[in-house]
Design a protein around this ligand. Structure first.
Ligand code: F6P
Length: 369
């Protein structure tokens, strides 16, 4: 491995925010400064380098230790982040006045050089780490840190942000049991997770939901109705149904609310759709609660803080060892390095024979199949 003398590194946070980002930032800054390196933060993903004029205080901000003091427990990211503005598909206005996707990675590489950045710690999900992989292949020294509440990144047992999201979702679903029972209703709870069902599965099982609908198992509304009616007959006149935003009926499609150029399609409405169909088929009163961005906020759990600090420190150690084009990953009990290309190759969805699915079925949970 070619050891490059590192004097200055940058860190950026991309994609949806997640509890733990600031813990990663602090671990990277303190580890780097303790090695005598300078550390800079890029604002809002890569925007701070691609659109510097939009930042009066500068798109690339110095990160001394003082800047990261006391942020480990704070949700969000002090650098800002973005879910749009992918340098590989930057929406630029064409001659026809319409936005066209433009590749601005070469311009980005020049900006790194101009600012004398020797290496980048890219903190993000599949989208951001996919961009980081392209930059690594084009010659930038890059180490990735796996972030997303969805836990859908491959090659790591878990991403930071996920534990906090599942813990909060479980608390919310717990609260719904009493109101559902009091009104003999079916309470439907929609949770985030994009095209993977991890949040719905783990929060649903933990909060003893009766039905859990995930993208990996397209549902049959009549099977859901059967489960609800069986509960009614057994005397439990209420049910809790947890729906992943990417859940879809057999032969049906995702519930999409919008699709903008340069952005992933925005999912939404799956919970309301299921609540309406349950009412139509069973006649029972239903209500739907969408947890949405509540799952992205809040202070990270102890687990997420610790894994974030471990990931951040490991990313700097990897750079110091001369690593490049890798992502730090949790492979219990240790943190390993995996090639970025492997980590961003496919989405980690819920295996249908995984232990949590088997446990749920043993406990009588219906997946609508
Ligand atoms: O990827 C994290 C995530 O929270 C997804 O679960 C969700 O579908 C998406 O981001 C929402 O994106 P935005 O914050 O742009 O609405």
């Amino acid at each position: 491995m070619k050891r490059l003398t590192i004097k200055r590194i940058a860190i950026n946070t991309g994609g949806g925010d997640a509890p733990g980002l600031n813990a990663v930032i602090r671990a990277v800054v303190v580890s780097a400064v303790n090695r005598g390196w300078e550390c800079y933060g890029i604002r809002d993903g890569y925007n701070g380098l691609l659109e510097p004029k939009k930042y009066p205080e500068g798109g690339l901000i110095p990160l001394p230790k003082s800047k990261v003091r006391g942020i480990t427990h704070l949700g969000g990211t002090i650098l800002g982040t973005t879910n749009k503005g992918n340098p590989l598909q930057w929406p630029m206005k064409g001659k026809d006045g319409k936005p066209h996707e433009t590749d601005r990675t070469d311009e980005l590489l020049k900006a790194f050089k101009k600012n004398k950045i020797d290496a980048l710690v890219a903190v993000g999900g599949d989208g951001s780490l996919g961009i980081a992989n392209v930059l690594a292949q084009k010659g930038l020294r890059v180490v990735g840190v796996p972030k997303t509440i969805d836990n859908d990144l491959d090659k790591t047992v878990i991403t930071f942000g996920f534990d906090t999201a599942v813990s909060f979702a479980t608390t919310c679903i717990d609260r719904l049991h009493t109101t559902a029972e009091s009104h003999q209703r079916v309470m439907v709870v929609e949770v985030m997770g994009r095209y993977a069902g991890w949040i719905a599965l783990e929060s649903g099982v933990s909060s003893t939901a009766d039905v859990i609908l995930i993208p990996e198992i397209p549902y049959d509304i009549h099977k859901i109705a059967e489960k609800i009616e069986d509960r009614d007959k057994s005397g439990a006149k209420f049910s809790i149904v947890v729906v992943a935003e990417g859940a879809k009926p057999k032969g049906g499609s995702f519930s999409v609310v919008s699709k903008e150029i340069g952005r992933a399609e925005k999912l939404g409405g799956a919970g309301e759709r299921v609540a309406k169909e349950i009412h139509e088929v069973t006649g029972k009163e239903t209500r739907c609660v969408v947890l949405g961005h509540l799952l992205r906020g809040g202070t990270p759990t102890t687990f997420d803080r610790l894994i974030s600090l471990r990931f951040g420190a490991a990313a700097v150690r990897a750079l110091a060892e001369g690593q490049n084009g890798i992502m730090v990953a949790l492979d219990p009990p240790t943190v390993r390095y995996v090639p970025l290309a492997d980590a961003t190759h496919r989405m980690k969805t819920v295996p249908l024979d995984c232990d949590i699915i088997l446990t749920a079925r043993d406990l009588g949970v219906s997946f609508g199949d």
